[in-house]
Design a protein around this ligand. Structure first.
Ligand code: BES
Ligand code: MN
Ligand code: ZN
Length: 490
């Protein structure tokens, strides 16, 4: 699919369908010209109340043949003009293109005057960017294993605008990165193994981006025993993946993504119902790879480390048993009371590793860490926990810009007590009480003084149903947020 920006009028371009965004309360100049082309049909539809341009409302109409180069118009409601926001623009773009996704038009043009005529108070990009971002994100679908269905795809999208109205390469980069993460996450665990993740990471190698993979024996030499304890039950080789982007000077940011390619729970086995969804337990790792891909495409002038401690979590005769004790790279010992609390074991070794070798200026981990997160937030927000106020503010700012919601949760000192072990420095699970927070607190105990933030994305990495511009399945949550964070805080 090709997307282009062309500074021509609606009537000058031949397309199967013209997308026409309109406000509920103000019919602008652009609308009037097209109303003429449709011989007053648009006005009739609106004045009769047959169509109300509420946010996300759509109506597809045919124009009389030969009268106009435009064959059809897809009206998309933007709601009230004074209430428009960047997220509402994404929503509208998403709704319009979710409809087009089900049809079979090859050439689509987009009228943009209504959108470019507003100014958004808080947003960092021109308003048209958000509409197009929503539109392109909504076109994603996971088709890899569908061989008997006809796949409908748009060939050309022409955005009728001036080049200054949108930084199209940037929008395309963040959308492609998000969709890349969604593909990796949607791919089932028999294909998306730790080895496959390592292979994908290695494909990103370039002059500024080096990729190193620690095999199990290398990880053992490094003392990554907490991480390796998760891999013990699996026949798939574990891969501790390190992506090192060198685009500038100074201490790097480190992004650590939970990369459990399948989480059965291990010996503390999960119930069968819904277990198939545990292929998405590497969504944090997928987001990390996608962010590294995007920043290297954008050539950000900074240093960034991405780490994926990848493994499966399976039961077997060689698997870790509840009650086993391991020593993490930090020297702290962990009593593994529940083998299903495996994400934190892999993450703390990645945290210890990155602190030891890279002295990062901040660490952000992104992880589908707890079922409690999903229970708390449904599909609506990621939980944010941190040891650093400034970092929290910066992440919140990025989150507001990309509308990937985060909600800060507390790390009360009292939780230390919950994680006390009788025989080791701490145990890996405190049970049900405050499970979302004790998971975060566990990580904190391994961070030392480095500014650190934890994003529990268990609630948002997978959509249970279609949303306006992110369909059911893997969402790519965190990709746009982290790119924005890294771009704004060089
Ligand atoms: N990967 C799961 C968390 C999860 C659950 C993610 C549902 C997405 C949807 C994690 O490894 C896990 O099993 N956590 C346990 C921790 C418990 C044993 C302390 C949980 O949340 O039940
Ligand atoms: Mn688990
Ligand atoms: Zn898990």
């Amino acid at each position: 699919m090709q997307v282009a920006v062309k500074n021509v009028s609606e009537q000058q371009i031949k397309s199967d369908v013209l997308v026409l965004p309109i406000y509920q309360d103000q019919l602008l100049e652009n609308y009037k010209t097209l109303d003429k082309a449709s011989e007053g049909l648009l006005t009739k539809l609106i004045n009769s109340g047959d169509f109300t341009p509420k946010l996300g409302a759509t109506l597809l109409i045919h124009l009389k043949p030969n009268k106009s180069k435009i064959q059809r118009i897809l009206l998309i409601g933007l709601g009230k003009k004074e209430e428009i926001t960047n997220e509402k623009l994404r929503h509208a773009g998403g709704k319009a293109f979710s409809l087009l996704k089900t049809l079979n038009y090859k050439n689509v043009s987009i009228s943009t005057k209504e959108i470019t005529s507003v100014s958004l108070s808080k947003a960092k990009l021109p308003p048209l960017s958000y509409f197009i971002e929503g539109a392109l994100l909504s076109l994603y679908s996971f088709n890899k294993y569908k061989n008997n269905e006809e796949i409908k795809e748009i060939d050309n999208i022409v955005i009728l605008a001036k080049s200054k109205d949108i930084d199209l390469p940037y929008i395309e980069t963040i959308v492609k990165a998000t969709n890349f993460a969604r593909d990796i996450t949607n791919t089932p665990a028999n294909e998306m193994t730790p080895s496959k993740l390592a292979e994908i990471a290695q494909c990103l190698s370039s002059k500024k981006l080096t990729v190193k993979v620690l095999e199990a024996e290398d990880a053992q030499k490094e003392g990554l025993n907490a991480y390796l304890s998760v891999a013990k039950g699996s026949a798939e080789p574990s891969k501790f993946i390190i992506l090192n982007y060198n685009g500038g000077k100074g201490a790097p940011y480190a992004i650590i993504g939970k990369s459990i390619t399948f989480d059965s729970g291990g010996i503390s086995l999960k119930p069968a119902e819904g277990m198939e969804k545990m292929k998405y337990d590497m969504a944090g790792g997928a987001a990390t790879i996608a962010v590294m891909k995007a920043i290297s495409e954008l050539q950000l002038p900074s240093n960034i480390i991405g780490i994926l401690p990848a493994t499966e979590n399976l039961p077997s005769g060689s698997a870790t048993k509840p009650g086993d004790v391991v020593t993490s790279i930090t020297g702290k010992t962990i009593e593994i009371v529940n083998t299903d609390a495996e994400g934190r074991l892999a993450l703390v070794d990645a945290i210890g590793y990155v602190n030891k070798y890279f002295k990062p200026k901040a660490i952000i981990d992104i992880a589908t860490l707890t079922g409690a997160c999903k229970i708390t937030f449904g599909n609506e927000a990621a939980a944010l926990m941190s040891n650093n106020k400034e970092l929290v503010e910066k992440i919140k700012e990025a989150s507001e810009e990309t509308s990937e919601r985060v909600w800060e949760m507390p790390l009360y000192d009292e939780y230390k007590e919950y994680l006390k072990s009788d025989i080791a420095t701490l145990k890996n699970s405190a049970g049900k009480d405050a499970a979302l927070l004790t998971a975060g607190y566990f990580l904190k105990e391994f961070v030392s003084d480095t500014p650190w933030a934890h994003l529990d994305i268990a609630a948002v990495a997978w959509n249970d149903k279609d949303k306006p511009y992110i369909c059911k399945g893997a969402t790519g949550f965190g990709v746009r947020l982290l790119i924005n964070f890294l771009k704004e805080n060089l």
